[in-house]
Design a protein around this ligand. Structure first.
Ligand code: FAD
Ligand code: N01
Length: 532
């Protein structure tokens, strides 16, 4: 790869980077993609822990930009597992001949805007430097794993794993005593699988999560046929929906306007359907605490029904934040796993972890022996991957300094002071509150249209104005404050990373409304942006 000056440099080869590259090629632009991993797929490349799979039904969680691609790919399960998703990402890379512009095993360490040349200089950990007129961050919202910070960690004698950096060759826990720390989505998916294999599993829980059964299984051929026959309509529905997928099936009734029996029947129906449809049961669960309490109570009863030991069941019932204000977990047999003789739950609210010891995990009550430890402790979400790159805009200002009090963007797409730098699914966009593939496609399409428009006008620089950015940030906060989301200590608000500023990062306004807003900005000659 001799050419070192590109129209665009893209960082990341997950679903965002792959589609971005494809669209830029369509514009006739040159691009280089840098990817830290040695393959494509992003999330599905890194998160190879047992049980990893989508929480949105496979057809919905797939690209829509190419009918031919949709025609020649058939999902095997209702919720595709990580290996199938990784195969899909590789299939896309091959089908559109994307690999030749992707440089793997290369981490971008800095991106610096040269004001005189209006170009980004991008440096990698291999010591090479390239330039691009545009720099597009496809670095992912959940790609920088939180490093475990427990005292004594280095003394542990056995292997340790982070769910977000799982060994490619897999891990055999047969006959082993395993400790899992964390009870978020990654833990909830992996715990039932590890429990089946390990001799003994100890789960260390700091905060219980709401989890709903996936009812996963082989893809129903009737469902697949319906999807195919009505695909155009389903795709259109996704794009205008609030969350980017239709299985959510929002019911426009208040939880408080129906009788207790009717409410129970609606919840039961959605529990039977599985997945996120429970979140769509009523229109006020996310905004009205009284309505939310009905959902909290419903799930709590389910947990008490499933888990036989009352003390364990009680510990698994979330009590400190409203239902749905952390991303709902979608599981296969999670709660029932605690009925197994070889599984124990340790409630860290009662007995916190004091240290990792050479032989296991010590809480304030006792030491739990372990041969291996799995850290399912999540990610420095939304800003982590960006802040780990030294990104410098006008006057050499560093993005992490500009964001010291929390991220500020215009539409989640650009940052004032950082011309020609785009963030795919950046903070301030619906991203993690949605079916991310739908949000990714929308951002990539918007950026592509924007670059085409700049080309037509022979303009070379686009930059968010500080005023438009302030107004957008105010809007994002205003909308979040009308909901119950800010009441949870979630990663949406940065609460999971010690010292991270507490700012509600994603845009709660909904995928459809957000799309309208972005389209209106573009139609209005990129209102809120300065173009030269
Ligand atoms: P990623 O897939 O995270 O890809 C970003 C890539 O950028 C990575 O490969 C990374 O190595 C690379 N990168 C980052 N920084 C650098 C750098 N400095 N230099 C070079 N390369 C870099 N979303 C859903 O909508 N539904 C789901 O069911 C769902 N399940 C998920 C399950 C897990 C376990 C996780 C962690 C996330 C899940 N998500 C889900 C969110 C998921 O991240 C998105 O759906 C989607 O895959 C994001 O694609 P992306 O390309 O934007 O980012
Ligand atoms: O991470 P998390 P994740 N000591 O941050 C605990 C997507 N995803 O990797 O809640 C003890 O949710 C922490 O406790 P607390 C999805 O968007 C989707 O599971 O901070 N415990 C929590 O229990 C998801 O939301 C799927 O008190 C510590 C857990 O670790 C996002 O990725 C699957 C701790 C971390 O949970 C992140 O999920 C996987 C400490 N020091 C991921 N630090 C699907 O189902 C943290 N914890 C598709």
């Amino acid at each position: 790869m001799a050419d070192k000056a590109f129209d665009a440099v893209i960082v990341g080869a997950g679903f965002s980077g792959l589609y971005m590259l494809h669209r830029l090629r369509g514009l006739g632009l040159t691009a280089r993609v840098f990817e830290a991993g040695d393959g494509v797929g992003g999330t599905w490349y890194w998160n190879r822990y047992p049980g990893a799979r989508v929480d949105i039904e496979s057809q919905e969680y797939s690209y829509s930009f190419s009918p031919e691609l949709e025609d020649d790919w058939a999902w095997t399960e209702r919720y595709a597992a990580q290996p199938e998703l990784l195969r899909y990402a590789n299939h896309v890379a091959d089908r559109f001949d994307l690999r030749k512009d992707i440089q793997f095993e290369t981490r971008v360490t800095s991106a610096v805007f040269d004001e005189a040349a209006s170009r980004w200089t991008v440096t990698t950990d291999r010591g090479e430097t390239v330039t691009g007129r545009f720099c597009i961050m496809a670095t992912g919202c959940l790609s920088s794993a939180n490093d475990p910070q427990f005292p004594g960690l280095e003394s542990f004698q056995g292997p340790t794993y982070h769910t977000g950096r799982w060994p490619h060759e897999g891990v055999d826990f047969t006959g082993k005593r395993v400790a899992v720390i964390g009870t978020g989505s990654s833990a909830i998916q992996s715990i039932p699988e590890i429990a089946r294999q390990a001799a003994r599993l100890t789960v260390f829980q700091r905060t219980p999560n709401y989890s709903v059964p996936a009812h996963n299984g082989p893809l129903d051929p009737k469902f697949a046929a319906d999807w195919k026959a009505n695909r155009a309509r389903h795709r259109a529905e996704q794009r205008v929906s609030s969350v980017g997928f239709i299985a959510h099936d929002p019911n426009d009734q208040s939880a408080l306007e129906v009788s207790d029996e009717e409410r129970q029947a609606i919840f039961e129906d959605r529990w039977r359907r599985g997945g996120f449809s429970l979140g769509g049961a009523f229109n006020d669960i996310g905004v009205n605490m009284e309505a939310n309490l009905t959902a909290q109570k419903f799930v709590a009863e389910k947990i008490r029904e499933i888990v036989k030991d009352p003390k364990t069941a009680e510990a698994l019932v979330p009590k400190t934040y409203p239902f749905g204000t952390k991303r709902l977990c979608i599981d296969t047999g999670y709660y029932a796993t605690f009925n197994r003789d070889n599984v124990e739950l340790v409630d860290l609210r009662e007995t916190p972890i004091e240290a990792i010891t050479p032989a296991g995990v010590r809480t304030s009550a006792k030491e739990y022996p372990a041969d291996a430890i799995v850290f399912a402790i999540g990610f420095d979400a939304m800003t982590g991957a960006l802040n780990r790159i030294d990104i410098r805009g006008r006057e050499g200002k560093a993005l992490k300094d500009v964001w010291a009090d929390g991220p500020k963007t215009y539409l989640g797409l650009m940052v004032a002071g950082f011309p020609n730098l785009f963030t795919i699914t950046g903070p301030g966009s619906p991203s993690v509150l949605s079916n991310m593939i739908v949000s990714i496609e929308q951002h990539v399409d918007w950026i592509t249209d924007c670059l085409a428009w700049l080309g037509q006008r022979q303009a070379s620089v686009i930059e968010a104005t500080p005023e438009a950015q302030e107004a957008w940030v105010a809007h994002v906060n205003e909308v979040a404050d009308t909901t119950l989301y800010p009441l949870a200590n979630s990663w949406y608000i940065g609460a999971n990373v010690p010292g991270k500023p507490r700012v509600f990062m994603p845009y709660v306004g909904g995928v459809g409304l957000y799309r309208e807003r972005c389209d209106a900005v573009a139609a209005n000659d990129y209102e809120g942006f300065e173009v030269r």
